[in-house]
Ligand binder design. Structure first.
Ligand SMILES: Cc1cc2nc3c(=O)[nH]c(=O)nc-3n(C[C@H](O)[C@H](O)[C@H](O)COP(=O)(O)O)c2cc1C
Length: 179
């Protein structure tokens, strides 16, 4: 079980959003937290396609989320929303999967025009599963080098990312003090 579970919603093998998630995960590990990485690519396609609520892999993911103090959800923007396959996974998670858990949303997109996919698509989805959403970060493709361990270079964007990480850690501490 992990302090923080990171969920990648990209179906791509070389994924920009996932490179950012790995970068964030490394920052958290360097702070001494245990971090588990989950990808939609690790869930059997048939379970996602046919909505298999008894999928052992999905039950395992749900258990990891339940025991985590914080969650980070990342997705590419697809047609002005999150990826369909992320929704397929969330459809078969328990309806209160993120209950009492702060969730940091992260998206990468080709266009700044779809920045609001974070507000109008991903955040409501997280709220539906009873997560407490943080502000989140949107990354433009032009700002992410998916081939590098340090995929973002712009100082202001690094700062925004770190601020969101600090916010997540703060919220996790709050949750802990009530549990
Ligand atoms: C099927 C598909 C649909 C996309 N739709 C949008 C879109 O509506 N708006 C946008 O800004 N970018 C869109 N993009 C670009 C991706 O959001 C962008 O390249 C993203 O960083 C990919 O993330 P990934 O590498 O983690 O999968 C789309 C890409 C694909 C493959």
């Amino acid at each position: 079980m992990y302090d923080i579970v990171i969920i990648s919603g990209s179906p791509s093998s070389e994924s920009r959003s996932q490179s950012v998630l790995k970068y964030i995960g490394n920052i958290l590990k360097n702070k001494g937290l245990s971090v588990g990485h989950i990808s939609v690519r690790d869930v059997p396609a048939e379970d996602l396609m046919f909505g298999n609520f008894n999928s052992p892999e999905v039950n395992d993911i749900a258990e990891n989320i339940k025991n985590a103090k914080g969650v980070i959800v990342g997705s590419p923007v697809y047609k002005a929303a999150y990826s369909g396959v992320l929704k397929s996974l969330f459809d078969i998670l328990p309806q209160d999967a993120f209950k009492d858990t702060p969730v940091l949303p992260v998206m990468s997109g080709g266009s700044i025009s779809h920045l609001l996919a974070l507000e109008y698509a991903l955040k409501p989805l997280i709220s539906t599963l009873k997560g407490t959403t943080l502000k989140g970060v949107y990354y433009l493709d032009s700002q992410v080098d998916k081939t590098s361990d340090s995929p973002i270079q712009e100082a202001e964007l690094i700062q925004r990312t770190e601020t969101q990480i600090e916010d997540l850690l703060e919220k996790m501490d709050l949750e802990k003090s009530f549990s």
